[in-house]
Design a protein around this ligand. Structure first.
Ligand SMILES: *[C@@H]1O[C@H](CO)[C@@H](O)[C@H](O)[C@H]1NC(C)=O
Ligand SMILES: *[C@@H]1O[C@H](CO)[C@@H](O)[C@H](O)[C@H]1NC(C)=O
Ligand SMILES: *[C@@H]1O[C@H](CO)[C@@H](O)[C@H](O)[C@H]1NC(C)=O
Ligand SMILES: [Zn+2]
Length: 538
């Protein structure tokens, strides 16, 4: 499947959230004091719904302004004792009176207990006036500014510009870690009322920011992208613009409660919040959470398509072509490589941003690979095009074949990441066949070498852990100093060392067997017996 991930980092927020028109929310009379308390604490309209444990997805999909206005009307109704209705159903024609949200300004700087090695926690802004912003004190505006059609269009536009081909989109959102802490603080603030009045019994019953975001944005994104399914994944980031007082307090909290390692991770924060007592938490953090003064900023939208894997077999006909770029001391030695010749046209056809080549073993620069070739796989990183039919793949193969005389490719096909494993599977037990051109110092005749065909060799190299087996050998006499030796061996056998003896270190070796100096002049790989990838009929 062709899956595009889009990364979007939301780290800080704040903007006006004007209260406009209104529709209807399934809120109950008993929610009224909770709604009031949450609004007064600086919660945004959608966070109010979350803490009322409202699990109706459509409630989050309605425009933020409508929800805000409706909540406003809901609590002002209560003040005027106009409505005892379970739900606010009327369509308001006028703007409800704007309610100035009052905040408790009596927050004081509290030092952390001196039992951790971390900077003392300082409360945000000390006793400074509550920020005049309308940034939500809990979600930092994620559900206000980054959860609407305009924002969905903005992300989709970035995706469209990159011109990707994909079937599914994963929206990966990285949220700042302090959201978890603010959520906890808000929960403590309304815990009592919520437990008494609503169906929520625990913090886990509160609808999470992630859920509310997902319910709203997945549909909007999918619509903008022409119906492509969109799923959302969240991660927690520790962004630089993380308000530093909250950061220190969060850090010292996780250090204190998950102190085995001094690692500041999302899990450390989550675990610390599970373990911390209410009293301890309240000493470190304001409750309700303070309103942030600064805007949350969506950092960037990055797009990444999952890798596409292409496999096949290659022949190498050159004795001056390395398998991979040959660089010694930062200097390029040979002008090309098997890897580059194969990747060049695939890379551009898939409009990829990088590649990763792997193969079943490798040959040295002066060794040819003949026969059916050597299995290889190429991972194309962040490809913008991912769908190719059989005819198109065949065309790709032909383009590679025609690009150079040095290599040829067959059985080219798109495979899954998992299938790649077959290539490396049982590599040790596979056999390989070679043809070596041998030179002998002593003159030989045909009969001097035929005995080799009866010889089975198990040989060992210094430092090599395992013995390698040469299953069969056959010879073809050329002249008094040359013959062809064909070998079928266990993978990993060092043919060159077997022939010249590696200064007597590889035993037995051909010099000993023939009782003369021998050397290997040329070597070809005739077959690599790995039955992957499956062959493609012509
Ligand atoms: C307003 O409503 C509350 C209950 O919602 C009730 O207790 C109170 O008496 C009412 N006040 C007036 C003035 O009607
Ligand atoms: C390339 O492949 C290797 C082994 O499969 C893997 O460890 C490495 O992370 C890959 N590199 C990239 C850039 O994906
Ligand atoms: C590419 O070359 C290989 C090896 O000679 C051959 O088997 C294959 O049919 C060629 N494919 C195309 C499409 O030219
Ligand atoms: Zn909010």
């Amino acid at each position: 499947m062709s899956v595009l991930s889009s990364f979007l980092l939301i780290s800080f927020i704040c903007d006006l959230c004007p209260f406009y028109s209104c529709i209807m929310l399934p809120l109950k009379e008993k929610d009224r004091p909770i709604v009031k308390k949450l609004l007064e604490a600086g919660c945004c309209a959608r966070c109010v719904l979350r803490f009322c444990c409202l699990g109706v997805q459509s409630a989050y999909r309605q425009s933020y302004e409508d929800t805000a206005k409706e909540l406003c009307a809901f609590i002002s109704d209560s003040e005027n004792n106009k409505s005892q209705d379970a739900a606010v159903l009327e369509q308001h024609t006028e703007d409800p009176p704007r309610k100035k949200i009052k905040m408790d300004a009596a927050e004081t700087g509290v030092q952390s207990e001196g039992d951790s090695a971390v900077v003392p926690a300082v409360m945000e802004e000390g006793d400074a006036k509550p920020a005049d912003s309308d940034v939500c004190a809990v979600c930092l505006g994620v559900l206000q500014e980054f959860c609407d059609e305009a924002y969905a269009i903005k992300i989709s536009d970035v995706v469209k510009v990159k011109n990707y081909q994909f079937d599914t989109m994963v929206l990966s959102v990285s949220l700042t870690a302090q959201l978890s802490v603010r959520e906890h603080s808000c929960w403590l603030h309304v815990k009592k009322e919520v437990r008494e009045k609503s169906i929520c019994l625990d913090k886990d019953d509160v609808i999470q920011v992630k859920e509310a975001f997902k319910w709203t944005m997945q549909g909007l994104m999918s619509k903008e992208l022409g119906g492509v399914p969109v799923v959302t994944k969240f991660e927690v980031g520790f962004h630089k613009c993380f308000c530093h007082q909250w950061r220190h307090a969060t850090h010292s909290l996780s250090f204190h409660f998950v102190s085995q390692q001094n690692v500041f991770t999302r899990m450390a924060v989550v675990k610390a919040l599970e373990k911390v007592s209410d009293e301890k938490f309240l000493k470190k953090f304001p409750c309700p959470p303070t309103r942030p003064a600064r805007k949350c900023i969506a950092q960037e939208v990055q797009c990444l398509h999952v890798s596409v894997f292409v496999a096949g077999r290659y022949n190498k006909f050159s004795r001056t072509l390395p398998q991979t770029p040959w660089v010694i001391d930062g200097e390029r030695r040979m002008e090309s490589s098997v890897e580059e010749l194969i990747a060049a046209s695939l890379f551009s056809s898939f409009r990829a941003e990088g590649f990763n080549f792997s193969s079943s073993g490798r040959e040295e620069v002066d060794v040819r690979t003949l026969g059916n070739g050597r299995p290889f796989a190429l991972e194309l990183l962040n490809p913008h095009r991912a769908r190719f039919n059989k005819a198109e793949v065949r065309q790709l193969q032909e383009t590679i074949n025609q690009s150079s005389d040095k290599i040829r490719v067959r059985d080219l096909q798109i495979v899954s990441r998992d299938a790649m494993g077959h290539m490396k599977e049982g590599e040790e037990d596979k056999t390989k066949s070679y043809t070596a051109l041998i030179w002998t110092q002593k003159a030989i005749n045909k009969d001097d070498i035929t005995f080799l065909e009866e010889t089975k060799v198990s040989h060992r190299r210094p430092l090599a852990v395992r013995e390698r087996v040469i299953h069969t050998m056959s010879t073809c006499f050329l002249d008094t100093h040359h013959f062809h030796l064909k070998l079928r061996t266990q993978a990993g056998t060092y043919i060159k060392e077997f022939v010249h003896g590696d200064f007597g270190r590889t035993k037995p070796n051909l010099c000993d067997l023939l009782k003369t100096e021998t050397d290997i002049l040329e070597l070809d790989v005739d077959s690599v017996d790995v039955d992957w990838p499956p062959s493609i009929p012509e």
